[in-house]
Design a protein around this ligand. Structure first.
Ligand code: OSB
Ligand code: MG
Length: 360
């Protein structure tokens, strides 16, 4: 029974963050996004979310570039097609260079639709474990708010906390915060803020007790990452550098990291992410699912991803209310006892409630 892609609609929406999100690269105070809704001939709908930002501060793509590529290139490639499996979407998009976030927004929507037609939760269709997914929150704030942010997260039940760091971080404060919470797992995320000149500060961070350090150097700094892996005891985790399974192969070949962050938007959707996971499993590379201040549709796909074999560490899974006054899915994502339960409903398992956002 073929899956006919009868229509593809794009909806634009935006929402302010409850509190500003501060990294060494950018302070984010609001999020604009696109929702992709694909429908089959019977009117059944699948959803994907575009995770690009408004400006290219984190990745090259933007909301506007994604909108352009989706509307003018991807929608015409897919509309009216009959598919036997959602993995065909990645193949159909092959002639389109790059633009992985645009592709992922559409491709993930087709996977949701496919799972709904099969009447199965996406996580189950992909062979995931039914257990609740370990949550993880990020503290992206000024120095004065780090200790308080960590204490609050611990009170809210989070067992994994990621702290944004840079060469300008107060290393003594970080050491103290980590030492004060021996029950928690701490990740440090540098978003590429270090360079050769600040290598010494990174070595200082190596003594703070983090379980891993995410992307200390720029996305193309393979040699510096290899040096860090060699000289440091804290595992090196690559986030921005991982845009395809080939990048993981390069990390392995150049001994440039121990762990990878999977972001489906950056990888181009489910197909390339599943391929990347296979490679990681083969080489016993640790994996976890990263977030980008997303709404619930992307989070729901990410929860399915986190249920799959080979995910070794808790991902960026916070409560919908952490970033948003009101998420666009119902029920909202709830963190309970440090975990998020997987929905038993078909597809991504959540209803999309667009009226919760601005600019419908
Ligand atoms: O580097 O992981 C990152 C947010 C925006 C852009 C990049 C990153 C992040 C986060 C957010 O760390 C984590 C989350 O959504 O919970
Ligand atoms: Mg990161």
């Amino acid at each position: 029974m073929g899956l006919v892609i009868a229509s593809i609609r794009l909806k634009r929406f935006e929402m302010p963050l409850r509190t500003p999100f501060k990294t060494s690269l950018q302070t984010v105070t609001e999020r604009k996004s696109l929702l992709v809704e694909v429908a089959d001939a019977s009117g059944l709908k699948g959803y994907g979310e575009c995770v690009a930002f408004t400006t290219p501060w984190y990745t090259e793509e933007t909301v506007a570039s994604c909108r352009f590529v989706i509307e003018t290139v991807l929608v015409p490639l897919l509309t009216g097609r009959t598919l036997t499996h959602p993995s065909e979407v990645w193949e159909l998009f092959k002639a389109v260079k790059g633009n992985r976030m645009a592709k992922a927004a559409v491709e993930t929507a087709v996977w949701d639709l496919y799972a709904k037609r099969r009447g199965m939760p996406l996580w189950q269709l992909l062979g995931g474990s039914p257990q609740a997914v370990p949550a993880g929150v990020v503290v992206a704030a000024d120095k004065a708010k780090i200790a308080g942010g960590v204490a609050e997260a611990a009170l809210n039940g989070y067992r994994r906390i990621k702290i944004k760091v840079s060469p300008a971080s107060d290393m003594e404060l970080l050491k103290k915060v980590v030492a004060d919470h021996p029950e928690l797992l701490f990740f440090a995320d540098a978003n590429g803020a270090f360079d050769e000149a600040s290598f010494g500060a990174l070595l200082e961070l190596d003594r703070a007790g983090f379980s891993l350090i995410e992307q200390p150097f720029g996305e193309q700094e393979w040699k510096l990452h290899a040096r860090a892996k060699k000289e440091m005891k804290t595992p090196i985790c690559l986030d921005e550098s991982i845009k395809s399974s080939d990048d993981v192969q390069r990390m392995i070949d150049e001994r440039a990291g121990d762990v990878v962050v999977l972001k489906m938007g950056r990888l181009g959707g489910w197909s390339e992410t599943l391929k990347t996971m296979e490679l990681c499993r083969r080489y016993a590379i640790g994996m976890w699912v990263g977030g980008m201040i997303e709404f619930g549709v992307s989070k729901a796909h990410n929860l399915a991803l986190a249920s799959l074999p080979g995910i070794t560490l808790p991902g960026d899974f916070s409560d919908s209310r952490h970033f948003w006054e009101r998420d666009i899915i119902e029920p909202e994502i709830k963190v309970e006892n440090g975990r998020v339960a997987l929905s038993r409903k078909a597809g991504i398992g959540y209803e999309v409630h667009f009226e919760n956002s601005l600019l419908q």
